[in-house]
Design a protein around this ligand. Structure first.
Ligand code: PMV
Length: 363
């Protein structure tokens, strides 16, 4: 794996004070990543839709340390939604330490980070993908200004994805859009274990502008973090079969996305969601992240599809919330279906309407 390319060797310390702001989205995996080895190398390839409305906006102010302040430490302050957030700091500090080799300028500046999410606090939507990718983009903006050679957008996105991955695996898929593959796979040209790449083939019309309504079944803290869940895939009795299944599903979905076979898409995406949760049910120790209302929603979607011939389907993250996926031509009917039959299973009837997007935006 060529990670040497991400170690900068043409930096000039010419900037004393600067600031960058990036808006980066969350993503929803269609073929799931669950299981990894150090350093954040996935056990199988995964693919996701990049979202739009569920995003993080992060500003980093960089101030160069004076000669007397110069040290080899990473110094930063963190504000989340306007308030100082000491409890988020250790995760970000660990992330910065992991990427220091690739971002040596981290010790040259003091950083003040301001971050906010578009989705409600503790909605159960993972904020690590959008959060880590936003920081990675801010760092790449600094690197671009410090570099004495011109950095192409292609390199910036690739390295941002590489850095974001070291913060949270799925964050590698939150730099670009509308579909991103992370993990080396023979059918996906240019794919890599160390960064995400945009799906490199022409996508059928039916999968353009796909919608994702995120039904907020449970807004509480997850009982089992994804870090613990990934770890439980070591020595899992079905691990090998699962990693093979995911890679086979990636080969299948690559064809489906190109030929527009939406029934096969539904089948594969729902099976992936349930396989992910099956891994949790069969880990040692076992655990269940779905809630009764998760199953109510799944059953209601199946009944609705049988009754109407709709192409709506669901997927799940590592949590109880349900992502309801549907093509753009069903926007109105599915909005009614959600309001009439699904929102009652959400906490305070709350859900978020999202749509597939193109990735990070500089603001
Ligand atoms: O990026 P992590 O470590 O939070 O893991 C994400 C795992 C899933 O969201 C369940 C699946 C995926 O591929 O996004």
């Amino acid at each position: 794996m060529d990670t040497q390319q991400f170690i900068p060797n043409s930096l000039q310390n010419k900037i004393t004070k600067t600031s960058f702001t990036w808006k980066t989205p969350s993503n929803i995996a269609l073929v799931k990543y669950w299981g990894k080895t150090e350093p954040q190398i996935p056990k199988n390839a995964s693919i996701s839709f990049t979202l739009s409305n569920s995003h993080t906006i992060t500003t980093i102010d960089f101030t160069k340390k004076s000669n007397s302040e110069a040290d080899n430490k990473i110094n930063f302050e963190l504000f989340f939604e306007g308030k100082k957030k000491e409890d988020f700091k250790p995760k970000i500090a660990k992330f910065f330490e992991r990427i220091l080799e690739y971002c040596p300028y981290l010790t040259t500046y003091t950083m003040v980070i301001h971050s906010e999410n578009s989705f409600p606090h503790s909605s159960g939507i993972a904020s690590s993908a959008s959060g880590m990718s936003a920081i990675a983009m801010c760092l790449m903006s600094l690197e671009k200004s410090l570099s004495s050679i011109e950095l192409t957008n292609e390199f910036i996105n690739k390295k941002a994805s590489f850095l974001a991955r070291l913060g949270s695996g799925s964050a590698s898929r939150s730099i670009e859009g509308p579909l991103v593959v992370w993990g080396n796979h023979p059918d996906i040209k240019g794919s890599s274990d160390v960064f995400g790449v945009p799906f490199p083939y022409e996508v059928h019309e039916v999968f353009k502008n796909y919608h994702d309504a995120i039904l907020l079944v449970d807004k509480g803290e997850k009982q089992v973090s994804s870090t613990v869940g990934h770890d439980l895939m070591h020595n899992h009795p079905f691990a090998t079969q699962r990693f093979d299944q995911a890679n086979e599903n990636l080969a299948k979905i690559s064809k489906i996305l190109q030929n527009g076979e939406i029934d096969s898409f539904i089948n594969l995406v729902e099976s992936e969601a349930l396989s992910l949760h099956a891994m949790m049910l069969t880990s040692t120790p076992y655990f269940i992240l779905m809630k009764p209302n998760t199953l109510e929603i799944i059953n209601a979607i199946w009944r609705y599809r049988d009754k109407t011939g709709s192409k709506v389907c669901f997927t799940l993250d590592a949590g109880a919330n349900v992502h309801v996926l549907y093509p753009a031509n069903e926007t109105e009917t599915i909005a009614q279906f959600i309001d009439n039959e699904l929102s009652k299973f959400c906490q305070k009837n709350h859900y978020i309407c999202d749509i597939v997007g193109l990735g990070a935006v500089n603001i």
